[in-house]
Design a protein around this ligand. Structure first.
Ligand code: 5GP
Length: 171
């Protein structure tokens, strides 16, 4: 299936560098724990942490949301963090906030672990599909209601390795 470029690798790189600079300045003098939400965020997180210049630890969290045609908000943690985040400054790194239900669950779950603070970095946001308001502290790009692939995001586990963000063109 042909793929149209939505956001080029160059544009992603430039935006990720900007976010990295902003995060570096906001967290100056502090240490953070970067919580990467698997699987879709692994490439964004890998690039973002290299653009951040404060001491940080990286941890990973696997989530599965039960879906019919769209996110139900029923979310399961398939793989949990390896270390407690109590008293830590947590930066959650997500690929895309769509309905927002997945992030609503995760942010509430993290709050119960008593971190010093929790902020969210999301590469993408689809406001047209938003069901709950999620504060995104560091947002890469706002996009229309299209299904995106590449740069970590999949269609049926494929296309995560595309270096850009694309949209499949139905022929
Ligand atoms: P939400 O709970 O916000 O509706 O769903 C968020 C999750 O749905 C994302 O982390 C991602 O896994 C998946 N998702 C939502 N929109 C897209 C999209 O356009 N492309 C891909 N590949 N996944 C998406």
């Amino acid at each position: 299936m042909p793929i149209d470029t939505l956001i080029s690798a160059e544009s992603i790189r430039a935006r990720v560098d900007e976010l990295g600079r902003q995060i570096t300045s906001d967290y100056a003098g502090q240490e953070i724990v970067v919580v990467t939400v698997l699987k879709g965020s692994f490439i964004f997180a890998a690039d973002l942490v290299r653009a951040i210049d404060v001491p940080l630890a990286v941890d990973f969290l696997g989530l599965r949301s039960y879906e019919g045609t769209e996110s139900s908000g029923v979310v399961q943690i398939t793989s949990d963090l390896t270390k407690s985040v109590e008293g830590k400054h947590v930066l959650v790194v997500e690929d895309i906030v769509d309905t927002g239900l997945t992030m609503q669950y995760l942010l509430q779950n993290l709050e119960t672990r008593k971190p010093a603070s929790v902020k969210l970095a999301s590469l993408l946001h689809k406001p047209a599909r938003s069901k709950v308001k999620i504060p995104i502290d560091y947002l890469g790009f706002t996009i229309d209601d299209v299904f995106v692939i590449g740069y970590g995001l999949d269609f049926d586990q494929h296309y995560r390795n595309l270096p850009y963000l694309g949209v499949m063109r139905p022929d």
